[in-house]
Unconditional design. Structure first.
Length: 139
């Protein structure tokens, strides 16, 4: 049993340098991509990522917002899959909210770069794996 999902999983997310995000392409196939760690999170319900507006994931999320995000702790061989939806945000507020110094490496025009956007993932449920057991939970 997972006693405190928000705390246990929140720590895993914060320590993770890489996350994996999945989307559905226009033929109905799931596609998984590695992402840099999230820029922000509100518990484990909302997780914010930066990405390129020109990416395939943005194109497909605009057609089908269903998504999953996976975080893992390689050291202890545990992980969590969160299921939910993604919003593609391009408002100045959303972009400024998660902008970090050094992002011009990816987005040459700065925070207003048209190829910079925000993915806001909102989880509805998850599945946590640890010690050879899996536990499903609602968020």
């Amino acid at each position: 049993m997972l006693k405190n999902p928000e705390q246990t999983i929140g720590r895993m997310i914060d320590r993770s340098n890489t996350s994996f995000i999945s989307y559905i392409d226009d033929e109905g196939y799931p596609i998984t991509k590695a992402m840099l760690k999230p820029r922000e999170r509100n518990g484990i319900k909302e997780i914010w990522f930066s990405t390129n507006t020109s990416s395939n994931k943005v194109k497909f999320y605009r057609n089908n917002n269903k998504a999953s995000v996976y975080f893992m702790d390689k050291r202890f061989y545990r992980g969590v899959s969160l299921i939910g939806t993604v919003e593609v945000l391009e408002t100045p507020d959303a972009k400024e909210r998660i902008w970090e110094r050094g992002d011009t490496l990816y987005y040459k025009e700065g925070v207003t770069d048209p190829d910079y956007c925000v993915l806001k993932f909102t989880a509805i449920r998850g599945r946590y794996y640890s010690n050879f057991q899996s536990v499903d939970f609602e968020i």
